[in-house]
Design a protein around this ligand. Sequence first.
Ligand code: GLC
Length: 535
Amino acid sequence: MNTTPKWWQKAVIYEVYPRSFQDSDGDGIGDIPGLISRLDYIKSLGVDAIWLGPVFKSPQDDNGYDISDYQDIDPLFGSLADMKRLLDEANARGLKIIVDMVLNHTSDEHPWFMEAKKDRTNPKHDWYVWRDGTPDCPPNDMLSTFGGSAWQWCEDCQQFYFHQYSVKQPDLNWDNPEVRHALYDMMNWWADNGAGGFRLDVIDSVAKVPDEKITAEGPNLHKYIKEMSAAVLKGRDLVTVGECWSATPETAQLWSNPDGSELSMVFQFEHICLDQDGPFKWDLKKLPMADLKRVMRRWQTELTGKGWNSLFWENHDLPRIVSRWGDGSEKAATMLATVLFGMQGTPYIFQGQEIGMTNVKYELEDYRDIEIRNMAAERLADGYSLESVMESIHAKGRDNARTPMQWNAGENAGFTTGKPWIKVNPNYTTLNVEAQEKDPNSVLNYYRYLVQLRKEQDVIRDGDYTEIMPDWDNIFAYSRDDGNKKLTVLANFSGETVEYPAWTVDTAGEPILCNYGSWPEEGLLRPWEAVMYLK
Ligand code: GLC
């Protein structure tokens, strides 16, 4: 690598979904004081920063991704004073807070939109994306991610507004420089107040051109991101990660250019979409292993020296990885962690992933997510069976990740003394932080070891990536080599014992980690076994 390494290239980041992390006041919803009470736990994982899901004022149509005031905290989560205390307490522990910035849209209850919709001559009108039409004839057939048309008729100003997400999330018009500069000013305010970075929600959609049905990667996108970077990020040592469903290794080289002209890194989703059949996330197929390995290899090799990867299996929008690509067991959880943590990039742990939290199988009425509810209503009306709808939700629903954090075996898993906003996963009685703290071989302590390993071994940050046994269906194996050290990662991606020709893998050096209590036999991997060798 020819540039000086940045702190975030050796960092591990922990995502907190505030509503489900820790409640402090018994209303059944996680909050900032609750999170503050758990900072020592987060610190104990060895991570460097917390990506904090949105806690701003919001009608909560999309759990806070619909913001009505960027510079105040929703009373559900606490107050601005609580947020300042969180920033101080986290910074005092050496934990940066990465603020989740939703810049593509606001809530329809944001004062900007309330003004904008009044009439077409209002100075704020052009801050959103309006088109003429008649109530029964939207400008085009673009669909919202949460179902139905992406255009909503507004009685007040007799025009349609554009919303890529819910009707309560009108898209901002980034082509208006006033909008962009208002957002940059707000970001600077958070940075001045101690934010250590930003996670930028659906940032690849801001430069949309709806008339041409373009959402992601609009022609002005990188121009705007460079402008934002110059206005907010230059001169500050912030970490920034953009959520970019459209990113390819080529565009990621722009987004994460080592010259710092755009962001630190992006979340790309190519690997995450591999078990999807067709255009909708709800239609499932078996994970094609060869594709997973190919995609990971491509991202690993094509960004080296030219950009930077984020590494993740989970977040608040995705199902639990141990249920998705594993069998829900601790061995599968630690195997998946090993495969990810040996790669180049900045790893993200989503709350609960570090104890191997699993998906849930609730009844339809137990789900809270707007995306799940809208999909179920639409598909049931379209004649899909309840069984198939539930199968999709159980596999891919976002609420899988949003069940309360499982702290202990007590009431509501120690999450709240009240009624949790969404049901606790019933396996909390055995799968919880307290139980795993006591067990040196727990998933939790395994994650702690992996986090530590990344700090100690520069080869994990710098080494070149070479895939081993690319054609093996059950084995995920690769090496990392920085010319000084060589790390080999070998993992059985299945619940069966797998034999392989031992000569294909360079296991010279020391075995430094294995998710079984004993080292593997050469040429044999036990179910979900993972091992790392270092020489
Ligand atoms: C992002 C968020 C998701 C939200 C959507 C709209 O994908 O991660 O939770 O619903 O943007 O803001």
